[in-house]
Design a binder for this molecule. Structure first.
Ligand SMILES: [Mg+2]
Length: 391
């Protein structure tokens, strides 16, 4: 089997404006400093790049790149040029079953979401060729349902608590609150959320780099004193500040997680070496796809650390890929973050158009059981959101 073409389809999906005011919100940095709106993109939207790999057997694998200048630092235009002009052509004429070698060939510096788009399409293709699921390719299907966690946007404490109650009514039992502003106000927000969700539900907090190390310690101590029961505090300090992360981790009982600090396998290794974290946040768009994500999970397991699968955002193939990764990776904690479910529909054919979507069944998503990623694109939905002409 030989790869004959690598093609891309850019999608743009409108989303509702965030139902909160960023003024006074918990997070200092994320939506305020790194705004996504621009003259070319004046309204809220999410953009994705579908990646299709065709072969001389007629089989086609499909993946997606989850582009976001604000988080991943890669625009739709950049990801499309990277795949069309550089990464994709490296694969032509090669056997997709040699996926590790192929992914090594495209391991340019950066470009993580573009690489993830190709990695997902390659895994889909190999699964289709071998007649098995991506989860089996990754190690097995020890779990067939994925408990869903959702992120709660920063805002007034009562509004955050109410948002949690709404999700709780839909079966969700794991929440990640966006904080990272004033530690005292943030601790009050977390206490209000805990009161709303009860003692059993999981509560994570994500500061999105908002604190300096001493503010982060203050937040943890306040939350510990108020018996908020935080499962973890994500990225309390700047992404580059591994010494700061380690300083916070040594000072508090709350488990500390790295997100913006943890993209590559090399990042994961540095975090472990510096004793900087208890938990690594793995996103396919940061790691560069499933292969690297598995390698990060293996590093975490070897070092006695846990992994959380975070929200890259996804419109179809990425949702399935994350479910397969969860099924095959014991180092990953139970609740997997799927915030995008509440933002827009996916572009998949039935049954997964509805299956990897709201409403959830007992707070969980199914791990697709068909070969490859086990999902197919819906041509009409792809046409509806296709960006034409390409950027
Ligand atoms: Mg985060």
């Amino acid at each position: 089997m030989k790869i004959t073409a690598v093609t891309t389809v850019p999608l743009r999906i409108p989303v509702a404006p965030p139902p909160y005011s960023t003024a006074g919100a918990g997070t200092k940095l994320e939506w305020g400093r790194l705004g996504r709106l621009s003259p070319k993109r004046p309204t809220p939207l999410l953009e994705y790049l579908l990646v299709q790999i065709d072969t001389d057997t007629g089989l086609r694998g499909v993946g997606e790149a989850t582009v976001d200048i604000g988080f991943f630092g890669q625009t739709l235009e950049e990801a499309q040029a990277a795949v069309d002009d550089y990464l994709g052509p490296q694969l032509i004429g090669h056997d997709p079953l040699d996926r590790e070698d192929l992914l090594w060939r495209i391991d340019y510096r950066g470009n993580t979401v573009a690489k993830a788009g190709i990695d997902l399409a390659l895994h889909d293709l190999v699964g289709l060729a071998l007649g098995t699921t991506v989860s089996v390719l990754l190690g097995g299907r020890a779990r067939t349902r994925v408990p869903v966690a959702v992120e709660i946007a920063g805002g007034p404490a009562a509004a955050m608590a109410e948002a949690c109650r709404t999700w709780l009514a839909q079966g969700v039992r794991a929440f990640k609150a966006k904080i990272g502003g004033d530690p005292r106000q943030d601790a009050d927000r977390l206490r209000a959320i805990r009161d709303a969700i009860g003692p059993q539900a999981s509560l994570r907090a994500d500061a999105n780099q908002g604190y300096d190390p001493k503010e982060a310690i203050q937040l943890c101590r306040l939350a510990e004193r108020a018996e908020v029961g935080l499962e973890l505090l994500e990225q309390p300090v700047a992404a580059w500040d591994l010494a700061g992360l380690a300083f916070v981790r040594r000072a508090v009982d709350t488990p500390i997680e790295a997100d913006e600090s943890c993209y590559s396998t090399h990042d994961a290794l540095q975090l472990i070496r510096h004793e900087a974290v208890d938990v690594l946040n793995v996103k396919l768009g940061k790691a560069g796809g499933l292969l690297r994500a598995k390698q990060i999970a293996a590093l975490a397991a070897a070092a006695g650390r846990r992994c959380v699968l975070g929200t890259s955002y996804g419109c179809g193939p990425e949702l399935a890929a994350k479910a397969h990764l969860f099924a095959a990776t014991p180092a990953v904690t139970e609740a997997v973050e799927f915030t995008e479910l509440g933002l827009h529909q996916n572009v998949l054919q039935p049954p997964h158009q509805a299956g990897l979507a709201l409403p959830l069944e007992d707070g969980c998503l199914p791990v697709p059981s068909g070969p490859g990623l086990g999902v197919q694109l819906d041509a009409q939905l792809v046409e509806r959101y296709r960006l034409t002409p390409p950027p």
